[in-house]
Design a protein around this ligand. Structure first.
Ligand SMILES: N[C@@H](CCC[C@H](N)C(=O)O)C(=O)O
Length: 265
C-alpha cells in the first residue's frame, strides 16, 4: 500500500492516497499503521479520498492512532492541503470536505492556513491528572476540547502526560481532547495536549484554536491573533469577522510502500 508521511509542528500523519476508493480502512489497520514500533508510526491516518458533492473535490478521512474516528484535525488539514498541492491535485485556495464540514486552506510558502470551525466555548468541566484537578473551559471546534489553565505554581513541563487525564464522561460522552495551558502574555500561550485517541502529541491544531478562543475571551476580545507554542513548534490562530484561521508549517517527509502482511494487517 502506497503511503506518505507528513507532519505539522510534530503532529504526524500517515497519508494514504485513495482517489479511486480502493482502500478499506478498519480501526485495526489504522492502529497497526500508526504503531511506532510495528508499523510506520503516527498520531493518525489521513486517507485522501475523492468527494463528489460540488462544494469540494476531496474528502479528508481522518482517523486517530487508536483507530477511532474524529470529526476534525487542524494539523491534519494543513498536511492534507500540503499533499494536494505537492501532488499537483490542487492550487491556490483549496476546499475539501471533512467530517466537520468543508474546510478552506491557503498555501503560504512553508506555512499553510486553514479556516477552522469557529470555536464555541460552551461550559465548564474538570480534568484530573494524578493529584491535580483543574477547572477548564469546554470548547467545540468541530471536535471536543477541555482547555485547562495551569496555576503559576505548576510548570507546564512538570505534567506527566504518559497517562490519560480523567474527565467527566457525562459531560463529554464521546471523549475529549485536554489542553493544559500556561500563559506567556495576553495573546501568547504555551500548551501541551492529551488527545482523544492519540495520547500526548507534539501539537494539536483544533486544540490550539480552542486555547486561543479562551485566551481572547479572557482578554475581552472578539478578534485578534494568538500565538500558541506547542512542544513541536508554534502556530498562530487568527480570529477576524467570525472566521478562525489556523496557520503553521506543514511538511511531507517521506513516501513509500508498506507491506501490509509484514505489519500483520
Ligand atoms: N491533532 C488534531 C486533532 C485530532 C483529533 C482528536 N484527537 C480528536 O479525537 O478529536 C488536530 O491537529 O486538530
Amino acid at each position: 500500500m502506497r503511503f506518505l508521511k507528513g507532519h505539522g509542528t510534530g503532529n504526524d500523519f500517515v497519508l494514504l492516497p485513495d482517489l479511486d476508493g480502493r482502500i478499506t480502512l478498519t480501526p485495526e489497520l489504522v492502529a497497526t499503521l500508526c504503531d511506532r514500533r510495528r508499523g510506520i508510526g503516527a498520531d493518525g491516518v489521513l486517507r485522501v479520498a475523492s468527494f463528489d458533492g460540488g462544494e469540494a473535490d476531496f474528502f479528508m478521512d481522518y482517523w486517530n492512532a487508536d483507530g477511532s474516528l474524529a470529526e476534525m484535525c487542524g494539523n491534519g488539514a494543513r498536511v492534507f492541503a500540503r499533499y494536494l498541492v505537492t501532488a499537483g491535485l490542487a492550487a491556490g485556495t483549496i476546499s475539501f470536505m471533512t467530517r466537520a464540514g468543508v474546510v478552506r486552506a491557503v498555501v503560504e510558502g512553508d506555512a499553510i492556513s486553514v479556516e477552522m470551525t469557529p470555536p464555541k466555548v460552551y461550559g465548564v468541566s474538570t480534568a484530573t491528572l494524578g493529584h491535580l484537578t483543574l477547572a477548564g473551559a469546554a470548547v467545540d471546534v468541530g471536535n471536543p476540547h477541555l482547555v485547562c489553565g495551569l496555576p503559576a505554581s505548576v510548570p507546564l513541563e512538570s505534567l506527566d502526560l504518559t497517562r490519560a487525564p480523567e474527565f467527566d464522561t457525562d459531560f463529554f460522552p464521546a471523549g475529549v481532547n485536554v489542553e493544559f495551558v500556561a500563559p506567556v502574555s495576553e495573546r501568547h500561550v504555551r500548551m501541551r495536549v492529551y488527545e482523544r485517541g492519540s495520547a500526548e502529541t507534539m501539537s494539536c491544531g483544533t486544540g490550539a484554536c480552542a486555547v486561543a478562543a479562551v485566551a481572547l475571551r479572557d482578554a475581552g476580545l472578539d478578534d485578534g491573533t494568538v500565538s500558541v507554542e506547542v512542544p513541536g513548534g508554534q502556530v498562530t490562530v487568527r480570529f477576524e469577522g467570525g472566521e478562525c484561521w489556523l496557520r503553521g508549517p506543514a511538511v511531507l517527509v517521506a513516501e513509500g510502500d508498506v507491506d501490509l502482511r509484514a505489519i500483520g494487517a
